[in-house]
Design a protein around this ligand. Structure first.
Ligand SMILES: NC(=O)C1=CN([C@@H]2O[C@H](COP(=O)(O)OP(=O)(O)OC[C@H]3O[C@@H](n4cnc5c(N)ncnc54)[C@H](O)[C@@H]3O)[C@@H](O)[C@H]2O)C=CC1
Ligand SMILES: O=C([O-])C1=[NH+]CCC1
Length: 353
């Protein structure tokens, strides 16, 4: 930052280096860093992450601005070829959620973000990074990491490579689309069921995914006319809508078998998409307690643990349990991913991971 001005990383630059190994490593680091010190070694990574703020943008609902600050210290993000160094990151994401944006004459994403990065020694603003794709990728990555530890690991250490699964996607917006592609890319998906309120969107997604995954891995991709139809045979459910009413209930799920739900959406109203009878039967995990205390007031079940605690202590759910990852999104994920993106962009050769 020789000029004293922060470097600007636009959306194209960020997209150039967003890869799953990079994002998954950063997100897993963040999920572990926020866990309380007494669960960790003294030399472990750590994060200070106060609860985020919500500003209503006007009197009508559906328009909010979130500020998401974090400090993450003593963590490794670099490529395996550069293993020695640790990172310290001071960052703040500013993100808006304007749920009507896709319906504008010129449609825009519902979620739009920028991440500010500061020099950890001087506090100077060193970079501003477009954070819209970063937000989508890190949110999907949090679901992937949660699914690995909360679902697959209950069946053994190799299960994520070996086990065939059925996946249901409820809501095929920006989040649902990337969840669908990423789950097919990471796991052995036998059947992928897609549901969206406007069915044409699910059909478009099915068409695109079939080009890639039906022939490559034999995944059967179906468009469903209800959330129940999508979920009745699913091992993994990813739900990411703005619905204030439950879209799935206990009767929508496979009976007496292990099911994992990534509950991603519903805006400020995080847990409205999934009916209370599921919560009452499930073990509920969150990304961080700090946000949960403020944002999950009235959650119809106790919180079992943070995902990072399960990564550290291996206390996985039992095989036939229903687990819910109540994903809110957290600033340290954005901080770690933004740091990794900046590092990847600084290398003379791209794609080091
Ligand atoms: N947990 C996290 O870290 C994050 C969560 N989110 C949340 O994920 C959700 C989806 O975000 P995007 O995919 O970016 O939005 P989007 O606007 O691209 O997609 C939303 C989808 O939900 C569907 N939908 C909306 N209202 C519905 C209703 N009442 N009933 C049924 N379907 C409905 C729409 O058809 C659309 O396909 C939002 O609630 C958003 O706040 C977004 C980013 C991060
Ligand atoms: O963590 C995040 O960026 C968001 N969570 C809900 C809306 C945006």
């Amino acid at each position: 930052m020789s000029s004293g001005l922060p470097t600007y990383y636009n959306a194209d630059a960020v997209r150039e280096v967003l890869t799953w190994p990079l994002v998954n490593k950063a997100v897993e680091s963040a999920l572990v860093a926020i866990v309380k010190e007494d669960h960790k070694m003294p030399s472990s990574s750590f994060a200070f992450q106060p609860k985020r703020t919500f500003t209503a943008c006007g009197k009508e609902p559906g328009k909010i601005l979130l500020t998401m600050p974090a400090y993450v210290g003593n963590y490794k993000l670099k490529s395996p070829r550069d293993p020695g160094e640790v990172e310290y990151t001071v960052a703040c994401k500013l993100v808006t959620s304007f749920s009507g944006n896709p319906r504008r004459d010129l449609p825009l994403p519902s979620i739009q973000a920028h991440v500010l990065l500061f020099d950890y020694q001087t506090g100077q603003l060193s970079a501003i990074m477009e954070g819209t794709d970063l937000t989508t990728w890190r949110t999907v990555s949090a679901s992937l990491v949660a699914t690995k530890y909360l679902y697959f690991r209950r069946f053994g250490a190799q299960a994520e490579q070996e086990r065939n699964i059925n996946v249901a996607i409820v809501g095929c917006g920006v989040q649902g689309q990337l969840h669908a592609a990423a789950f097919c890319a990471h796991f052995r998906v036998r059947q992928l069921n897609l549901y969206n309120r406007t069915q044409a969107k699910a059909q478009d997604l099915a068409y695109q995914l079939r080009q890639k995954f039906s022939t490559e891995s034999g995944t059967q991709i179906n468009v469903c006319s209800s959330p129940n139809e999508a979920c009745h045979d699913a091992d993994i459910i990813c739900i990411a809508t703005y619905s204030k009413e439950p879209l799935i209930n206990l009767a929508s799920l496979k009976a007496n078998q292990g099911v994992h739900i990534n509950a991603v959406g519903a805006g400020e109203n995080h847990f409205s998409e999934v009916a209370p009878d599921i919560y009452q039967r499930a073990k509920v995990y969150v990304d961080c307690y700090a946000n949960a205390e403020a944002e999950l007031v009235g959650l119809p079940a106790p919180i079992t643990a943070e995902v990072g605690e399960i990564i550290l202590d291996g206390n996985y759910p039992r095989e036939a349990e229903i687990s819910i990852f109540q994903s809110m999104g957290m600033a340290s994920e954005d901080a770690c991913v933004a740091q990794a993106v900046r590092y990847a962009l600084s290398l003379p050769q791209r794609f080091p991971y």
